[in-house]
Design a protein around this ligand. Structure first.
Ligand SMILES: *[C@@H]1O[C@H](CO)[C@@H](O)[C@H](O)[C@H]1NC(C)=O
Ligand SMILES: *[C@@H]1O[C@H](CO)[C@@H](O)[C@H](O)[C@H]1NC(C)=O
Ligand SMILES: *[C@@H]1O[C@H](CO)[C@@H](O)[C@H](O)[C@H]1NC(C)=O
Ligand SMILES: *[C@@H]1O[C@H](CO)[C@@H](O)[C@H](O)[C@H]1NC(C)=O
Ligand SMILES: *[C@@H]1O[C@H](CO)[C@@H](O)[C@H](O)[C@H]1NC(C)=O
Ligand SMILES: *[C@@H]1O[C@H](CO)[C@@H](O)[C@H](O)[C@H]1NC(C)=O
Ligand SMILES: *[C@@H]1O[C@H](CO)[C@@H](O)[C@H](O)[C@H]1NC(C)=O
Ligand SMILES: *[C@@H]1O[C@H](CO)[C@@H](O)[C@H](O)[C@H]1NC(C)=O
Ligand SMILES: CC(=O)N[C@H]1CO[C@H](CO)[C@@H](O)[C@@H]1O
Length: 366
């Protein structure tokens, strides 16, 4: 009797300590004030996370440095493109409370993506990091980026499935003009339509060149893609830049990538840069619905009462230092990747959960 009552109270306890956000993370779209819910997260704090740490297994942090070459033919430029892990440098800050400044390797802390000025076997060497998981379906994808000020490269934050299912934010450093304060960003959906136009998305409705209201080379800013079933919205620092809602909106899941490259193409990247150019990524935060059935099942299991007051968490706007996964109890059953220093909530959770389980098992035996 007693043990049953204890067991019951333990069950209540374990219900009480159910985490916040177990039914997901929400945004309100700027254009129509509608609420959208996403069930899963990936939050990568590149100021403190070393994804190049050689002792880790492939994809352990959810990311992989790419290693591949493209001939100049394939790259459609006078030079080929060589993506090499050596050009991806984790430049961390040891103090977990500090989120900006120089990293231990000098220069801006974060993931440094380098395009070198030296040509190697007819190729410009650059950098690309991609999520190893390819099940990122609808979601809100955000990156803190400081773009290189050296002309002749393309810095890109994008969602990718294939060449006709792609959402791009691209910065061409040759287009920046400090004299008249012009800093354009290129927003693109690559689609069947753009393929038909020879991959010139500017010939479709899904290409916009927008002048930013700030200098993207002077500081970190948050660039954001909201990929919804019927449209894609692009933001800078939480301000809506544009919305695209035509047939170019992708219909499948894909992965996230950040890259920095050049191939000398006079119509796009230009370059190669005259000196080594670095674009730095301070974080990527993805709140998304996974196309993986196992993640959908996990969601069904953990989301017991969507109407409970803390079951859905609103995603803060443009806060570089806020991570749900750094906050106790706000990333339940979400930690699919090794999180280095920021795995606190998970450890706390699993320990407590294990303790409750162990105690109940012990009582059932009695
Ligand atoms: C994401 O998945 C959840 C759970 O299935 C669903 O309620 C929500 O509408 C989906 N969000 C979008 C934007 O489709
Ligand atoms: C890319 O090309 C460089 C230079 O020729 C070569 O050293 C490297 O092994 C190539 N990388 C791959 C993945 O083939
Ligand atoms: C990309 O994927 C979509 C959906 O699977 C498919 O319809 C399309 O043909 C693919 N495009 C290319 C270039 O492979
Ligand atoms: C600013 O400079 C760029 C590059 O020289 C030029 O294309 C553009 O027209 C200029 N804009 C204004 C408003 O003068
Ligand atoms: C952006 O600035 C350029 C150069 O200053 C100007 O020519 C162009 O019209 C501006 N574009 C928009 C969309 O305002
Ligand atoms: C599609 O996007 C355009 C802006 O690019 C907007 O004016 C229009 O209202 C949108 N249509 C729908 C159905 O949301
Ligand atoms: C951003 O998040 C941090 C960490 O949770 C918090 O201390 C800070 O108050 C937030 N900033 C704003 C402007 O909300
Ligand atoms: C989520 O919970 C389910 C059920 O307990 C478990 O099978 C799964 O491994 C958990 N997933 C993560 C990422 O913790
Ligand atoms: C900040 C932090 O804790 N970094 C750790 C990340 O993981 C590597 C390898 O396990 C450690 O060496 C770092 O100290």
């Amino acid at each position: 009797m007693t043990s049953l009552r204890l067991l019951a109270s333990l069950t209540i306890l374990s219900n009480l300590v159910l985490a916040d956000c177990e039914c997901g993370y929400s945004i309100i779209t700027a254009s129509d004030n509608k609420r959208h819910l996403f069930t899963d997260i990936l939050e990568s704090d590149f100021v403190h996370l070393d994804i190049t740490d050689g002792s880790q297994k492939y994809g352990e942090y959810g990311w992989a440095r790419q290693d591949f070459n493209m001939s100049s033919d394939v790259a459609r430029g006078p030079y080929g493109e060589s993506y090499t892990p050596q050009n991806v440098i984790s430049n961390n800050i040891a103090n977990e409370q500090v989120f900006d400044g120089s990293g231990t390797k000098g220069g801006d802390a974060g993931l440094n993506l380098v395009v070198k000025s030296d040509i190697e076997d007819g190729m410009v060497t650059g950098a690309d990091v991609s999520t190893t998981d390819t099940h990122y379906f609808h979601g809100t994808f955000r990156a803190g980026i400081k773009v290189t000020d050296i002309p002749g490269t393309c810095s890109a934050f994008f969602w990718y499935m294939n060449d006709t299912q792609e959402i791009d934010i691209e910065f061409l450093s040759s287009e920046f003009n400090r004299n008249n304060n012009t800093f354009p960003v290129n927003l693109v959906l690559q689609s069947q339509e753009s393929k038909d136009a020879g991959f010139d998305a500017s010939k479709t409705g899904d290409f916009k060149k927008i002048n930013l209201s700030f200098d993207p080379t002077a500081a970190f800013h948050e660039y954001r893609i909201d990929f919804l079933p019927d449209r894609v919205l692009f933001y800078a620092d939480a301000e809506l830049l544009t919305e695209m809602n035509g047939t170019g909106v992708p219909s499948t899941a894909g992965n996230l990538q950040v890259s920095h490259w050049s191939n000398g193409n006079g119509g796009w990247s230009q370059g190669p840069p005259k000196s080594d150019a670095t674009t730095t990524v301070s974080y990527v935060k993805a709140y998304f619905n996974s196309s993986l059935e196992s993640r959908q099942n996990d969601y069904q299991m953990r989301c017991k009462d969507p109407s409970a007051s803390t079951a859905v968490c609103a995603i803060p706007e443009n806060n570089a230092t806020f991570f749900f996964s750094n906050t106790d109890n706000m990333a339940p059953n979400q930690t699919t990747y090794h999180e280095n220093s920021s795995g606190r909530s998970r450890q706390w959770w699993s320990l407590l959960f294990a303790a409750v389980l162990a105690t109940s098992a012990w009582m059932v035996r009695i």
